[in-house]
Design a protein around this ligand. Sequence first.
Ligand SMILES: [Zn+2]
Length: 99
Amino acid sequence: MGLLGWHDCELCQFSKGPRTQRFGSLEVRMGITNVFVPAGPFVFVAPSLIAHYIDCHRYAPPPPFLEAVRNCPEMGSMAYKKAVLAAGGRELARGMSGA
Ligand SMILES: [Zn+2]
């Protein structure tokens, strides 16, 4: 789900950044998707390129976001879906397979 359409990495002058990135068995389309990180009563939403900015451009997200990522269940797991639902993200969870 892309909220504002396709976005290239403006810092990668020639490649424009990755199109996909693999996290374990999960392949994420970059620049067109968002990540949803449940954090108690709310959900952080960030462009998928945030992983690229952290990995390649030393971007340091705010500490509350990092804490939410550290505490986030594996994306796609039942625990993740339950955390999204608990944060009021019923519409987000509806788009997840198996939810
Ligand atoms: Zn880049």
